[in-house]
Design a protein around this ligand. Sequence first.
Ligand code: NDP
Length: 308
Amino acid sequence: MTFLYKADPARGKVWARLFAERAPHLPFKIWPDVGDPEQVRYLVAWQPPDDPTRTLPNLEVLFSVGAGVDQFDLSGIAAHVPVVRMIEPGIVEGMVEYVTHAVLTIHRDFFVYAAQQQQVCWRDLPVRSASSCRVGVLGLGMLGTAVLERLRLFGYACAGWSRSEHRIEGVECYAGDSALDAFLARTDILVCLLPLTPATRQMLDARLLGKLPRGASLVQTGRGAHLVQDDLLQLLDDGHLRYALLDVTTPEPLPREHPFWRHPGIRITPHIASATRPETAVESVLDNLRRHQAGLPMIGQIDRHRGY
Ligand code: NDP
């Protein structure tokens, strides 16, 4: 029985050391050194091999090394193999830090001061209270909820939107398509923490972003394909939107000639909002293996029908 890792090889070495310490009985292999493919029961991957259940005929569980599974072609994975996304505290901490920084940057006018510094300009703007700034998070899952729980402590007026009903203390929760317009109308800083699915692909378009109040800003930490890029440029150029902080783009890396790089209202980071931390991720995978072997539901198992 083998556990196979197929993602960044440097991080794979850390996974191998942690598995050797914490699960010495379970042989750990790093792709492309598969050993006997028939022995592979568990695979953790960013990008699984083509036709994984044919390549690894005895595969029992496919783990994503990241929080999302949009990089998987779910139609190519046999239905009896559960697909499990990464739920571990390291991803959450990184995302909370990133979004908190992004919201504070916009709310406390750091965009303006950076531009003023370029012009050697000393000019103060009124300091606005956090409570006067309305933050709205698309997606109330592991990440959206953690982000809102932190932002609430700063005093921001917090809201979130999800598919099903949620209750989060101090957060106005909106659910379903019928509540989306009301959620957008009260949001000054929109944070996208949705998974990429057929329902959310290209969702951040002129129609949706145009329902934000004039002068609103976007923090895009979901996936690049949520965003209609030309619509964002148009809305920034006509002043409907003020700023966009983009951690994810299509494609990645963003090509040198892409207009996003030089737009004064856009800040780009190279998909670093958060990352899986091997130390905590290995613990959560091993916990899920114990659950699987005991016949218990695994934490983070996705619903293939919904796509997340
Ligand atoms: P979860 O699966 O825990 O949460 C997803 C949330 O989105 C849920 O609240 C869900 O609603 C909501 N949702 C999904 N589809 C819809 C829809 N069609 N309409 C309304 N709401 C919807 O995901 P996570 O919080 O763990 O992660 C979210 C995403 O963040 C990841 O999929 C990934 O794309 C991105 N990410 C980005 C990283 C980066 O570095 N930039 C790092 C890690 C993740 P409900 O609760 O009702 O099911």
